[in-house]
Design a protein around this ligand. Structure first.
Ligand SMILES: [Cu+2]
Length: 561
């Protein structure tokens, strides 16, 4: 593959405590990527897309913690491109967001990224220009740690999920703007209506329908872009990506969700998965039967297949309109049964924010200002709660609350505890409220009711610890991604709260994360659903007052992506 043209050990200089200059060895690697028009074949359809080094997904970039990387990115497209290194901590000029970090890479141009690798784990990279990412411009990153990993494994596979759509990203956005339900085929039908009447009675069903209409949403509106084929490492369900193992080996799977819009519920029937890392950071191991991976998140799991047989890696989309399928097998060509998808979830009144029993951070003070006047007579008692135990990161009674297909353990954010906290625990210096807002009918997505073009940058002070309060006032789940700095998710574990780069906020919930503002410059902060980000659920963040901030120009505004 492409990975390394030249790797060299170069000589660097480092000051040691006694002010003597001592030479130290610095590992430096040079990598070359081309950005190309490529052909994508999902097994169900073929389309033109965008990839790296002639393929989508692009290569797995393998770095070492402590390495100085030089990455030459040559743009062979006839439009501007960029690469954002998702989850990597680096100087903002290397972060790859056009108009925020740098001007972008023009057609025919080569841009050289150069930065130190200061972390380890599973990450990925993607274009931050236009709709190149949904069109296929992504790859994965595996960083080998300096120290021994805190768990054992014999094999190691990247398992990168994507949602390939026959339409180009541009066309999808045009269609969504024209009719927000353009791709939502699983709307409740008339026969659903009659079966609801049978179950719940006429009055309640009609009231329910009217409320849904008033919200401009359908109860089945969980995936606003349907009609895609889920891929694992670029392969559709029939193409069946396969990872080989020898029975009793410990296999590390690096799940990455590089989808434009799709959450996946991932399980491997017959195997338990031990989650050992989330978003590239080690967590205290937790063994589960199934997990939900939000768009842009990564999870590392260890599985131990003991039998000489094949196992299916099964990723059902959250709205159950499609599934990803791959295989773990002792030999090529072996297959296991493909399980049925569990029932498609329906949103409930709880997902509209009607339920008040919730809230992870225990702050009830700012429940959404919703108009409850038309809710009179609603009976909340028969709300469908799918999970057996409550997951604090879903509204009580939420139709989206996950449950393992085998009745076992489903991973919750509450299970994620840092293995070793990155920062000392301290009280946040201030709180910033970010209401996730939208108008589904016009396909406008925004933060605090203001879309990106109309918003002032969010200003943070270098050295402060900010507590973000995400209040989801929409009926969709939004994976919020802050660039350049960690988002320490408040799972109620104090100093053991896990550091993530992407925080999924379910409908009707309030979720808190804290950020140690330790990276000066200009950064992007946005929903990672491609079409929500483009529609305006996006902010520029400016970190002021850092050691080098005098040279920053925070006045340049730009429209995203
Ligand atoms: Cu969103």
């Amino acid at each position: 593959m492409t990975k390394t043209l030249m790797r060299a050990l170069s000589l660097g200089l480092m000051t040691n405590m006694g002010a003597t200059l001592l030479p130290v060895l610095v590992y430096a690697g040079t990598y070359d990527l081309t950005v190309d028009k490529v052909l994508i074949d999902t097994g169900e359809f073929t389309k033109e897309g965008i990839g790296y080094n002639g393929k989508s997904p692009g290569p797995v970039l393998r770095f070492k913690e402590g390495e100085e990387v030089t990455i030459n990115v040559a743009n062979n497209l006839d439009e501007t491109t960029s690469i954002h290194w998702h989850g990597l901590i680096l100087p903002y000029q290397m972060d790859g967001v056009p108009k925020i970090s740098f001007p972008g890479i023009k057609p025919g141009e080569t841009f050289t990224y150069k930065f130190p690798i200061v972390q380890s784990g599973t990450h990925w990279f993607h274009s931050h220009s236009e709709f190149q990412e949904p069109d296929g411009a992504y790859g994965s990153i595996v960083i080998e740690p300096k120290k021994k990993e805190p768990f054992r494994f014999d094999r190691d596979y990247v398992v990168q999920f994507t949602d390939k759509h026959p339409h180009s990203g541009k066309r999808i956005m045009r269609n969504l703007k024209m009719a927000a339900d353009y791709y939502n085929r699983k709307q409740q039908t008339l026969s659903d209506f009659f079966s609801d009447v049978k179950k719940n009675g006429f009055g309640e069903t009609v009231t329910g329908r009217m409320d849904w209409g008033g919200m401009r949403m359908m109860a089945s509106d969980i995936e606003d872009v349907q009609g895609f084929t889920p891929l694992i490492n670029g392969m559709g369900p029939d193409q069946n990506w396969t990872g080989i193992f020898t029975p009793k080996e410990r296999v590390r799977l690096r799940f990455i969700n590089s989808s434009a819009m799709t959450y996946f519920d991932v399980r491997i029937p017959g195997l338990k998965m031990t989650v050992v890392a989330g978003d590239g950071n080690y967590v205290q191991p937790v063994t589960v039967d199934e997990l939900r991976i939000g768009v842009a998140e990564t999870y590392d799991v260890i599985v131990r297949p003991k039998e000489d047989k094949a196992y299916t890696i099964f990723g059902a989309s959250m709205g159950r309109t499609a599934y990803a399928r791959g295989t773990l097998a002792p030999r090529e060509g072996m297959v296991a049964a493909i399980p049925e998808m569990t029932e498609r979830p329906l949103l409930t009144m709880a997902d509209m924010g009607m339920d008040h029993g919730n809230m992870v951070g225990m702050d009830h003070s700012s429940m959404k200002k919703m108009d409850h006047s038309n809710m009179k007579g609603m009976d909340h008692s028969n709300m469908k709660g799918m999970g057996s135990e409550e997951d604090a990161f879903y509204a009580v009674g939420s139709g989206l609350a996950p449950a393992a297909a085998n009745g076992g353990k489903f991973l919750s954010y509450s299970d994620l505890k840092a293995q070793k906290p990155i920062y000392e625990h301290r009280k946040a210096t201030r709180e910033i409220e970010l209401r996730l807002t939208g108008n589904m009918e016009r396909y406008i997505w925004s933060i605090n009711g203001v879309k990106y073009e109309d918003a002032e940058p969010l200003k943070l002070q270098y050295g402060e610890r900010v507590r973000f309060k995400f209040v989801n006032e929409t009926m969709m789940t939004h994976p919020m991604h802050l660039h350049g700095m960690w988002s320490i998710l408040d799972v109620g574990a104090g100093k053991w709260n896990p550091a993530k780069h992407t925080i999924s906020v379910a409908p009707g919930t309030t979720v808190y994360s804290e950020t140690e503002v330790d990276a000066e410059g200009q950064w992007a902060f946005h929903c990672h659903l491609s079409y929500h980000a483009d529609a305006g659920m996006f902010r520029k963040v400016v970190v002021e007052g850092g050691p080098k901030s005098a040279s920053l120009n925070s006045s340049e505004e730009g429209v995203l992506q």
